[in-house]
Write a protein that binds this ligand. Structure first.
Ligand code: SAH
Length: 405
């Protein structure tokens, strides 16, 4: 990552996939086939056989959803036992599993280090999208987004990202990978975090999700949404070729600077140029521009006309998102009339401009409402917790404890 790409508040790296110490099992989730093969060799498997065994494991893990090595019956029994001693196929913990009256389901995920993020399943009649998080929290501080108020931020690892899909598949009972009729048919990278600030891990996870011999969700059914990390947009297209969504939300830099502060670094003109250059664009394959409707801020007819002018030449569709409120939010949602008028102007200029139906508002699962209880712990807090743990294990003299506190 070049200096220009480092977010203002540096996200901490994700926990390593492999445990750090002792004989704790190594997590296989999130590894490429080649990495699985290498892990097998390290565990004593012959180099010649490792590649084939890795393919077999891949099938069990990602096609069948197996977690228990003893059920992987195409592998020799003694190998299964050896695998069970060294490896695991995990899932993020789900400390809460909430269901909305409209069928939307939200999991509060809890990772090995105790930090939390959320994933949301949005079912339709005969399909459904999983909204996946890429970070714990978010560094972007968009004014209208609840996640932006979380102070604690770290990148999710490939295992933690792909683990969200695995967990949802478990809960929806979609193993082995069904060919048709899936309720988890689409993936939207629209959960917590900015996916293009964690591109390598997101890319690794999405390549696993797209793999034909496993979860097998095609790139045409995957959409990555970004607030506008301009220098990464080209790579996203060239390396992943997934659908792109842009959180535009304003048509003037002075307003977007406030709503989506990353605009100060990458203004609208640069963002739209990166969109125009996105590999593989055509009328059959358009960029989605997301536009949150904020009363009196960005919702005038003049704004709609300016939006149309800006999008000229880019194969685009516009998704109007009624603002979803959260406690203490500084904005209100535009009226239905205003939203309809805005939509009509964009539609009459030749762009599809649906209004996104809010889903899961009652469980705070709608766009921009995700915020887990993870709170920022200062270095002093972390030190205090560590010392409390150590004190519990081996009581220290009172005077040292007092100093430590
Ligand atoms: N960081 C990425 C991924 C998050 S996607 C991005 O910004 O695109 C979440 C989408 O919900 C974004 O379009 C975001 O701008 C929008 N959003 C955030 N808060 C919202 C709110 N309160 N109401 C409606 N949409 C919101």
């Amino acid at each position: 990552m070049s200096a220009a790409l480092v977010p203002d508040i540096q996200a901490r790296p994700a926990a390593a996939t492999a445990p750090l110490a002792g004989n704790a099992p190594v997590e296989l989730l999130g590894l490429t086939r080649a990495e699985i093969a290498a892990a097998l060799v390290e565990a004593g498997e012959a180099e010649k056989a490792a590649k084939m065994r890795a393919n077999q494991l891949w099938h069990w893990i990602y096609y069948r959803g197996a977690r228990d090595f003893s059920t992987m019956t195409t592998l020799a029994k003694d190998l299964r036992e050896r695998l069970a001693q060294r490896f695991q196929v995990g899932r993020p913990g789900a400390s809460r599993d909430l269901k909305s009256t409209d069928g939307t389901r939200k999991w509060l995920l809890r990772f090995a280090d105790g930090e939390e993020a959320e994933a949301v399943h949005i079912p339709e009649e005969d399909r459904g999208a999983l909204c996946v998080s890429s970070q714990v929290g978010c560094t972007l501080t968009c004014r209208f987004c609840h996640t932006g108020t979380m102070k604690l931020v770290r990148n999710l690892s490939p295992a933690e990202i792909v683990g969200q899909v695995m967990l949802a598949r478990d809960c929806l009972e979609e193993w082995p990978s069904p060919k048709d009729g899936r309720m988890l048919s689409n993936i939207v990278m629209m959960g917590m975090g900015e996916p293009l600030y964690n591109f390598d891990n997101v890319a690794k996870a999405l390549r696993i999700v797209m793999d034909n011999e496993g979860i097998s969700i095609s790139k045409r059914r995957i959409t990555l949404s970004t607030a506008g990390v301009v220098p990464m947009i080209g790579r996203c297209g060239a390396e992943l070729d997934v659908n792109l969504a842009i959180s535009l939300h304003a048509v003037r830099d002075d307003i977007r600077d406030v709503l989506v502060p990353i605009n100060k670094k990458y203004p609208i003109k640069d963002l739209l140029q990166a969109c125009a250059d996105y590999p593989g664009l055509s009328n059959a394959r358009r960029i989605t521009f997301e536009y949150v409707m904020l009363k009196g801020i960005n919702d005038s007819s003049a704004d709609a006309r300016e939006l149309v002018r800006l999008l000229k030449g880019i194969p685009a569709k516009v998704n109007l998102i009624p603002f979803n409120p959260w406690p203490g939010a500084p904005y209100e949602c535009s009226s239905n009339n205003t939203i309809s008028q805005f939509s009509e102007i964009v539609f009459n200029a030749g762009y599809s401009s649906p209004v996104r139906t809010p889903r899961g508002r009652d469980i705070m699962a709608a766009c921009g409402q995700l915020k887990s209880d993870s709170v920022k712990r200062s270095k002093a807090d972390i030190l205090r917790e560590q010392q409390a743990k150590e004190a519990a294990a081996a009581p220290m003299p009172a005077v040292v404890q007092a100093e430590a506190g």
